[in-house]
Design a protein. Structure first.
Length: 138
């Protein structure tokens, strides 16, 4: 399979196989006017299989979403067909409006204008908890 290289844009690589569509949805890439390629289950020497997302436009990508879904991804910035920057990610200490609290009694569920804020409580297990009610995120 051939996927054209991009001239100016972003490549999100080393995505754990199966998480590419989740990133596509959370990053709202369906709203872009440019070409977006999602490659699923690509062969990887290091990972076995991986997903890749190529965005043929210079856009701002929410690094907190990437770090939350898969902190092991790499983000390459491409300019004039050349990689000019590679970013390594980490688990963000706090997430705002990325995930929603599942607790129906949480104030963020009843007060619509409140942001959904989750804090990282256990980095080793990748556990986030709601700031308001401390419900664990899935």
């Amino acid at each position: 399979m051939n996927i054209d290289s991009i001239k100016n844009g972003i490549v999100i690589d080393h995505i754990t196989a199966g998480k590419g569509m989740e990133l596509y949805r959370l990053l709202k890439l369906d709203r872009l006017e440019c070409s977006v390629a999602i490659i699923q289950n690509a062969t990887s020497h290091k990972m076995g299989k991986k997903d890749i997302i190529k965005i043929d436009s210079e856009i701002e990508v929410n690094m907190d979403i990437l770090g939350y879904v898969d902190p092991d991804v790499t983000v390459s910035i491409i300019k004039d067909g050349v990689t000019v920057e590679k970013k390594q990610l980490f688990l963000p200490p706090q997430l705002t409006n990325v995930i929603r609290c599942k607790n129906p009694r949480c104030i963020s569920s009843t007060e619509q204008e409140l942001p959904h804020i989750f804090t990282l409580t256990d980095p080793k297990k990748r556990v986030y908890r709601c700031l308001y009610c401390e419900t664990k995120a899935n």
